[in-house]
Design a protein around this ligand. Structure first.
Ligand code: UT7
Length: 325
C-alpha cells in the first residue's frame, strides 16, 4: 500500500505584546524615525505585529504552537517521532531550536533538527517531513515555524522595521493510507543572498559585521511575485491539477500586495487567499502555519479542502506544497 502523509492538527501562537501601526509609529518617533499607520497599511496591508518579551525565545513560541497542534491531532508529545523547526532566529547558535523544543515537550530520542530557509522555511520543513514519512523513517512529525524577528530588526530603518513580527505556527504531519500532501516544489538561487540578509556572524566571542536585517524591498517584491507564480504552477502540474482545483491558497504573509499580485497572475479570486498579515506582519517561517491554523480555527479551511501553501524568502529560496487537508 502506498504510504502518504497528511496534516492532522494545526496550532499557532502569538506573544501577548501587540503593537498597532500607530503605537509602533509613536515609539519610532521618539527615536526620530518617521512612519505612519497610513503608509504601512497602504504599502503592506499590515495593521499590527506582536513582539516577544526579552526572555522569550523562538523555542517558547514553538512549544506553545506545537502543544495546540498536538491537541488538535489528539496526540501526546510522546507519540511524536520527528521534530523539524523552520527558523532564522534560533535561541542559540547551536543546538537547534528543534532539540530545545523536544526537551521542553518532555520527550527524547526522536530526531530533531532545524531548517534554515528564511521565509520559505516552513515549505522546506514540510517537504522534508513528508519525504521522511513516505520513506518510513517517521510516522508522526511535528513541523513548526517559529521566529522572533524583533531581535534582528534595525529600528532606525523604517523601510524594514515596520514589516516584521514574532510568532509561531505548527502542524502535526502523520503517515496515512490516503494522500494528504500531493506535491511540492523547492528552489533556491544563492546569487540573491544580498537582497535580503542579516550579514553579521559570531567570531572569537564577538559579533562581526551587522547582525540586523537588510532588505532591498523593491528587488524582493519583484522577484517574489514571479517566483510565487512559477512555483504554484509547477506544483499544480506535478499533481495534474489546475488553479481551479485549489480551495484555498495560503501564501507566506509578507505583504498584501504580493499576495494580490500572485492571485491575479494565477487568476484566482482574492476570496480564496488566506490573509492574516494584517494581524501579525511578516513572521517569516512562522507565517504559513500561523495563517493555516487561523483559517482552520475560523472554519474557512475544512477537511478535504485542497490547499496551496507557498513561500519565498531570503537566500533566495522559494517553493510550494499542494495538499489535501
Ligand atoms: O518575506 C519576504 C520579505 N520581504 C518582503 O516581502 C518585502 C517586499 N517588498 C515590499 O513589501 C515593499 O517593497 C516595501 C513595503 C518594503 C516598500 O514598499 P514600496 O512601495 O516598494 O516603497 P518604496 O521602497 O518605493 O518607498 C516609497 C517611499 C520612499 O520615499 P521616497 O523616496 O519616495 O520619498 C521611502 O523612503 O516610502 C518611503 N518609506 C516609508 N515612509 C513611511 C519607506 N518606508 C517607509 C515607512 N514609512 N515605514
Amino acid at each position: 500500500m502506498t504510504r502518504y502523509s497528511r496534516i492532522t492538527g494545526t496550532g499557532s501562537y502569538l506573544p501577548p505584546r501587540r503593537l498597532t501601526n500607530a503605537e509602533l509609529a509613536a515609539e519610532l518617533a521618539t527615536k526620530g524615525v518617521e512612519t505612519s499607520d497610513e503608509w504601512i497599511v497602504e504599502r503592506t496591508g499590515i495593521r499590527a505585529r506582536h513582539f516577544a518579551a526579552p526572555d522569550v525565545s523562538s523555542s517558547d513560541l514553538a512549544v506553545a504552537a506545537a502543544k495546540q497542534a498536538l491537541e488538535a491531532a489528539g496526540l501526546l508529545a510522546s507519540d511524536i517521532d520527528l521534530i523539524i523547526v523552520a527558523t532564522s532566529t534560533p535561541d542559540m547558535v547551536f543546538p537547534s531550536v528543534a532539540c530545545i523544543v523536544q526537551n521542553k515537550l518532555g520527550i527524547a530520542g526522536c530526531p530533531a533538527f532545524d531548517v534554515q530557509a528564511v521565509c520559505s522555511g516552513f515549505i522546506y520543513a514540510l517537504t522534508v517531513a513528508d519525504a521522511l514519512i513516505k520513506t518510513g523513517s517517521a510516522t508522526k512529525a511535528l513541523v513548526i515555524g517559529a521566529e522572533v524577528f524583533s531581535r534582528i530588526l534595525d529600528f532606525s530603518d523604517r523601510t524594514t522595521c515596520v514589516l516584521f513580527g514574532d510568532g509561531a505556527g505548527a502542524v502535526v504531519l502523520q503517515a496515512s493510507d490516503t494522500p494528504g500532501i500531493l506535491a511540492s516544489d523547492l528552489h533556491a538561487d544563492g546569487k540573491y543572498v544580498g537582497i535580503l540578509c542579516v550579514p553579521g556572524h559570531v567570531s572569537g566571542g564577538q559579533v562581526v559585521g551587522d547582525p540586523l536585517l537588510k532588505m532591498d524591498g523593491q528587488a524582493v517584491f519583484k522577484l517574489a511575485v514571479g517566483l510565487l507564480e512559477s512555483t504554484a504552477r509547477a506544483t499544480l502540474a506535478k499533481a495534474n491539477l489546475s488553479e481551479a482545483d485549489i480551495d484555498w491558497m495560503i501564501p507566506h504573509q509578507a505583504n498584501i500586495r504580493i499576495m494580490q499580485s500572485t492571485a491575479r497572475k494565477l487568476k484566482m479570486p482574492l476570496e480564496k487567499v488566506i490573509v492574516t498579515v494584517d494581524q501579525h506582519g511578516n513572521t517569516s517561517a512562522a507565517s504559513i502555519p500561523l495563517a493555516m491554523d487561523v483559517a482552520v480555527r475560523d472554519g474557512k479551511v475544512k477537511k478535504g479542502d485542497t490547499l496551496l501553501l507557498e513561500g519565498v524568502g531570503g537566500g533566495f529560496t522559494w517553493g510550494a506544497v499542494l495538499l489535501n487537508y
